[in-house]
Structure formats: C-alpha cells, structure tokens
Design a protein around this ligand. Structure first.
Ligand SMILES: [Zn+2]
Length: 325
C-alpha cells in the first residue's frame, strides 16, 4: 500500500529528524503528550533543529489544528524504539505540562478524527488497545487491525500521560465504531476478540478485587465521565462496598474504580462481615464462659445460636462441662 499523508493537515513544518522510508508497513499508532499547550506550528518548530534528534509524524495543536512534521512514509524519531517507530504513526498532542498531562476536547476530538483517517488510508477497520505492554508488542495484527502503543513502554517516562492513557480504551472503541467496525467496549480483551470475557456477575458487596496494574485510576464517581482523583490503587487487594454500572466503590472512601476489564483486576470473593470475624476470634474458653453466664440461652436455642455464629457447639459444650466440674 502506497503511503499518503492526512488530508486533515492544516500546516506543514518538516523535520529533518527521521530515518527515511519505513521498513515495516503501518500497523500501530502511538499518541504522545508534547508537554505544553502549544499551537500546531509550535509543535512543528520543536523538531526543526537537527540537534534535537527527535520528531513525530503529526502534531495536534491546542486548538485542534494538525501539523505534518514527518511524512507518514518515513520513520519518525519519537517513541524511543526503532521497532515501534518503523511501523507506527506517531502523534504529538498539546497537553498540560504536569501529570496527568491533560488534553483539551479540541485536541482529543482531533486525535479521534486523525486516528480514523490514518486507519482508513492504511486499510484498517479496527483500532485495538490491549492495555498491556507484552501483549501489545508480541501481537501480530491481523489484516485490517491497527494497534495502539505508548511511549512509556519504551522509556522511563509517563508519556502519553495518565489522562490520555486512561482514555485509550475509549479512543480505540470510538475510532473502531467510526470505521464501521463491530461495536466494542472498553475491554481490551473484547476488542481483541480474545477468549477472556468481561468481568461481570459481581458477588454481593462487600467483596474484594485484586488489582493487577499499578495505574488504575480512582474516579470521583461510577463512570469515565467523572473526574479522576489523580490517585491510583496500585497493585493489591481492595474491598468494594458498592457496584454501579461495572464500577466499584472503594471501601476506603477514596473513590470508584473500573471493574469490568480483566486486564485491570480480578474479582475475588465476598468478604466475611466484621461482626462474624470478631466473634470467631473469641476462644472456646471465652464462649464457654458466656454460655455459663446465660448469654447464649438454653437447650436448642443455645445450640442454634452458637452454630449460626460459626461455633462448634460440641466443643463449646465440652468446655462448659469442664468448667462446671
Ligand atoms: Zn512521548
């Protein structure tokens, strides 16, 4: 397939920093945060000096205008990975200067449009986001598939920033639906057509989830439309006290996390209530004394109450008899 450039380009500021013709056809898109709310022209001018030793194929300015910097036919110097940039269209997007490197709506919407355009011109009908480095880098895209990759997998940096990173599932789904592909969910596994299903059928609350990634966003409400708190659970086991639309409320009160992506977390079992936990911790000796003091009633009622609370009636009764001797 012959390489072309996007018709969405508003200005051109060519960079001398590239390796010439690609050695691999385009089957990846790598969006970056340029770390500054810059115009399209300013993003272009970041890469005009040969001493900069960096470039990208496109820049999207803060007003949503697109700058062509390195022809799509050429391998840009953008993602700290020769292997990635030989096959990726790289896009620098205007962003805030600090984490989460937020991008405005004009930039995000143009990124969607540019991804759709890149896919179309390169014969792709699906944009995939796996949310997992090794899976993404070892995956061989089928014909018609384009894969999203991120700079943070190749260098010790946050790029494209947590703001965009947390939206890449949505970006892939939106682009794919605009391409007329099958409707996909946020779940990378579903998008990939892999065997693992979405997490669903949650147990009664409270239950625990094991978070598998270090950067799972905590949001202020149950949905992507709620603001991120800027905090992450980190990897580990967490208790969920409430579920709404596939989102779980953290028992700690820190906020809500997305539960449906099996790449992000594994749903575990129901939590034993704290009352029971406390009672079970009491020794046979203590309970026997409570029985003698009359706290557990008599006869069958006592037997039922002790069993219901999780105690071994016979062991308690034996102790009671010993104590009464
Ligand atoms: Zn980057």
């Amino acid at each position: 397939m012959a390489y072309t450039n996007s018709s969405l380009v508003n200005c051109t500021v060519k960079s001398p920093n590239h390796s010439g013709k690609r050695t691999h056809s385009i089957d990846r898109i790598t969006p970056h945060c340029v770390v500054g709310q810059l115009s399209a022209e300013s993003i272009g001018s970041c890469f005009t000096s040969t001493s900069r030793q960096a470039s990208c194929n496109y820049g999207i300015g803060k007003d949503g205008r697109v700058c062509l910097i390195v022809d799509e036919a050429n391998r840009s110097w953008c993602s700290s990975s020769n292997e990635n940039d030989q096959r990726a269209v790289t896009i620098e997007c205007a962003s805030d200067t600090t984490e989460p490197y937020e991008m405005n709506d004009a930039v995000y919407n143009k990124l969607v449009a540019l991804c759709v355009d890149i896919c179309k011109r390169n014969g792709k009908s699906k944009l995939l986001w796996f949310g997992d480095k090794s899976k993404s880098l070892t995956y061989s895209p089928k014909s018609g598939e384009m894969v999203l990759t991120v700079h943070r997998w190749f260098a010790n940096k946050s790029c494209p920033g947590n703001w965009l990173y947390s939206r890449l599932g949505g970006l892939a789904a939106t682009v794919t639906s605009k391409l007329g592909g099958s409707t996909v969910t946020d779940s990378a596994e579903t998008t990939a057509g892999a065997s693992k299903a979405t997490n669903s059928n949650f147990p009664a609350t409270p239950f625990t989830v094991k978070v598998l990634i270090s950067d799972l966003n905590i949001r202020k409400g149950a949905g992507m439309n709620y603001a991120a708190t800027g905090k992450y659970t980190g990897k580990g086991v967490f208790t969920i006290s409430e579920v709404e639309n596939g989102w779980g409320k953290l028992k700690s009160g820190a906020g809500w996390i997305y539960l449906e992506n099996p790449n992000y977390c594994t749903v575990q079992g129901k939590v034993t209530t704290s009352t029971n936990t406390t009672l079970v911790k009491k020794s046979v000796d203590e309970i026997a004394k409570e029985v003698i003091s009359g706290k557990w009633g008599n006869g069958d009622a006592r037997k039922k109450a002790l069993s219901a609370a999780g105690y071994d009636y016979n062991a308690i009764q034996k102790k009671v008899n010993e104590l009464l001797k």
